[in-house]
Design a protein around this ligand. Structure first.
Ligand SMILES: [Zn+2]
Length: 258
């Protein structure tokens, strides 16, 4: 007689837990003006870009404070912050719009905050990025691009999407190493051919995604990313890289949505 009683009690407890679970299950936001007629044919809104930053701060704790408070220059945040020791902090859900890119543009996106995941790296902008930090970044990029189905070429710097205002993640950031691990758009190895006569490098920059309304700013941003320098004029090496990148984008059909 004991066993059935225990079974019954277990059943009652399970039912109570299930009922309680139902009672507290979060409801999706609905507009009371409309009749709710749910359709299963939808998914979450998707970010399509990943934007990398340096914090410009001296410590991860200082960065954590800045990214969670109302600063005199206005509140800012990011989805993730990675410490020099490789610890990954998440500050904002991926489904929410973090305030990391500010006034920015990339390709057809004029609201990069709405279209991106922001990752801050604890780095003051004047130093190499620590290896444990890079290892964690690569692990996080693999994780995010896979889960959210973001193309691996769509990893950018803040200076790429805000060339007139920003210089991070800066000249120390190892974009070529990132590319060697499969992240970010990069040019082919080996001697690159010269572009044909009439090649328009500014059109190529626009095709890659740069806002070229200030062409010099776009060139400097391109230089930071692809040449680890901040010169304002294009040289012959740049033209070969831009011709190569333009060809890759046109071949893969990514032009315009990169
Ligand atoms: Zn930034």
């Amino acid at each position: 007689m004991r066993k059935p009683r225990i079974l019954l009690r277990a059943l009652v407890i399970t039912s109570a837990v299930l009922l309680a679970g139902c009672a507290i299950a979060p409801q999706p936001p609905r507009n009371p003006l409309a009749i709710w007629v749910p359709s299963p044919n939808h998914n979450a809104r998707q970010p399509t870009l990943i934007v990398l930053h340096f914090t410009g701060e001296q410590s991860v704790q200082r960065a954590l404070d800045v990214l969670r408070s109302r600063n005199s220059a206005g509140p800012v945040s990011a989805h993730y912050l990675i410490g020099r020791d490789g610890v990954i902090y998440q500050l904002v859900p991926e489904t929410a719009r973090a305030w990391h890119a500010g006034v920015s543009q990339w390709g057809n996106s004029e609201d990069v905050n709405s279209d991106s995941i922001g990752i801050e790296l604890d780095n003051d902008g004047e130093e190499p990025f620590a290896q444990p930090q890079m290892d964690s970044l690569l692990r996080l990029l693999a994780n995010i691009t896979t889960r959210l189905d973001i193309p691996r070429t769509h990893v950018l710097g803040h200076s790429d999407v805000a060339p007139t205002r920003k210089d991070d993640p800066g000249l120390w950031f190892p974009w070529s190493e990132l590319a060697a691990r499969g992240f970010g758009l990069w040019y082919d190895a080996g001697p690159l051919p010269d572009p044909p006569p009439g090649f328009d490098p500014i059109a190529a920059l626009r095709l890659i995604g740069y806002d070229v309304s200030d062409p010099v700013a776009a060139i400097v941003a391109f230089h930071r990313h692809y040449r680890a320098m901040a010169a304002p004029q294009l040289d012959a090496g740049d033209l070969r890289i831009l011709w190569n990148l333009q060809g890759k984008l046109l071949a893969t059909g990514q032009a315009g949505d990169n």
